[in-house]
Ligand binder design. Structure first.
Ligand code: PLP
Length: 383
């Protein structure tokens, strides 16, 4: 049996502590923190403020009273509950697509999409700013990868021409980008690439619940067919106020995905009680037009404040707003100062964002009021 000697163990510990110390010195150290209810929270993706909604809490009370709290195994290991199927069917029906597959997280769903690309020897064409889970999946599976500049149709056209001709291409983008809040011009992307790509995979994490008829997302809002977008990824931890993810789309694609999605095959299925809760929450979310209207009004109010602000804000029409502060030190300083004023925002730093985008990510939720936005800008103005 090979055993690490005490000397090599302490050498390893020394390396760990040096790495942590160098991250601290560069203002890139990460730590966890919770917040209390008195804090003004601009860091949550609970866009429609459903996580604490009494109606939602009652739904879960009923769900957990009736159904198992845990599934006990993976879906392919006999833990595929009727509630899982019902939720998949409800999403497929709402979106007008063939089928859907329920994952334990958006991260697992995006990794699985990469497994599909690997299995079928496809190449990926991606927006440079897509989420880490998409990068991790593609790079971890050594899927050939071409990146185009964020939302840049000209660069996209150039890059489509440089694609290897011996492999079919899948284009992957987010619908609303998690860090910049900018919306992808999905319909234009489709028009520009239809000749060159086999299909688009769209991550609707920050669009589902907010955009489109009944909040059913950007693919629907931009009128794209299932043929154009054979798979869309819908993480359920944002507007859906839960956890997990649904991948919805073309039946054959979903079936192929099921065959090779290692994060699905080798992972415990989500709780049947939670799946039941989500089934009811999907209906509630579809009926939440009044919440979406208020959220959109808050976005407009925020944009007016941005127009008066001397700071550098990214142009965003979504609830995600990005303040660019250039250095991690300034980002942490602003976040800490706001925290002292009772406001929570996320300082975004490398490697999550580029150096240029280093700053604050401010997220609007339904429960915010214009006064909250005024207070945030007042605090920013005196920093
Ligand atoms: C665009 C995007 N995709 C996927 C994920 C991952 O989803 P989950 O948190 O359910 O793992 C996130 C979450 O941060 C995200 O922002």
């Amino acid at each position: 049996v090979l055993k690490l000697s005490d000397a090599s163990m302490s050498l390893l510990k020394k390396r760990f502590s040096e790495e942590v110390a160098s991250l601290r010195a560069a203002n890139l150290y990460r730590h966890r923190e919770g917040i209390d209810d008195a804090t003004l929270n601009f860091a949550s993706n609970d866009y429609l403020s459903l996580t604490k909604e009494p109606a939602v809490q009652q739904i879960y009370q009923r769900a957990f009273a009736r159904f198992p709290c845990g599934s006990g195994a993976s879906s392919l290991g006999f833990a595929y509950h009727a509630n899982h199927r019902a939720l998949e069917c409800a999403f497929a029906e709402a979106l007008g697509v063939d089928d859907a597959l329920l994952f334990s997280s958006g991260y697992a769903a995006n990794l699985s999409v990469a497994h599909l690309l690997k299995r079928f020897q496809l190449q990926a064409l991606i927006d440079k700013a897509v989420h880490a889970s998409i990068y991790d999946g593609l790079q971890g599976n050594a899927v050939p990868l071409t990146r185009y500049l964020h939302n840049d149709l000209e660069d996209l056209q150039l890059k489509t021409q440089s694609l290897a001709r011996d492999k079919a291409t899948i284009l992957i983008t987010e619908a609303v980008f998690s860090m910049s809040g900018q919306c992808a011009p999905l319909a234009q992307i489709h028009v520009h690439t239809a000749q060159h790509v086999e299909g688009m995979v769209v991550d609707e994490a920050h669009a589902f619940g907010i955009l489109g008829r009944e909040g059913l997302g950007a693919v629907m809002q931009q009128g794209l067919s299932m043929q154009a977008v054979p798979l869309r990824v819908i993480p359920l931890g944002k507007a859906c106020a839960a956890a997990g993810a649904v991948v919805a789309g073309d039946g054959l694609w979903i079936d192929a995905l099921l065959q090779c999605a290692r994060p699905y095959i080798y992972s415990t299925a989500i709780s049947p009680a939670m799946a039941y809760g989500l089934l009811e929450i999907l209906n509630l979310l579809r009926e939440a037009d009044a919440r979406r209207a208020k959220l959109q009004a808050l976005v407009e109010y925020f944009r007016q404040a941005v127009a008066q602000s001397p700071l550098t804000w990214r142009d965003s029409r979504s609830p995600i707003q990005q303040l660019q502060l250039a250095t991690a030190e300034r980002a942490l300083d602003y976040a800490q100062y706001l925290r002292q004023q009772g406001i929570v925002v996320l300082a975004t730093r490398q490697p999550t964002v580029s150096k240029k985008e280093t700053g604050l990510r401010v997220v609007l939720n339904y429960h915010h009021e214009p006064d909250d936005i005024d207070f945030l800008f007042q605090c920013l103005a005196v920093r």
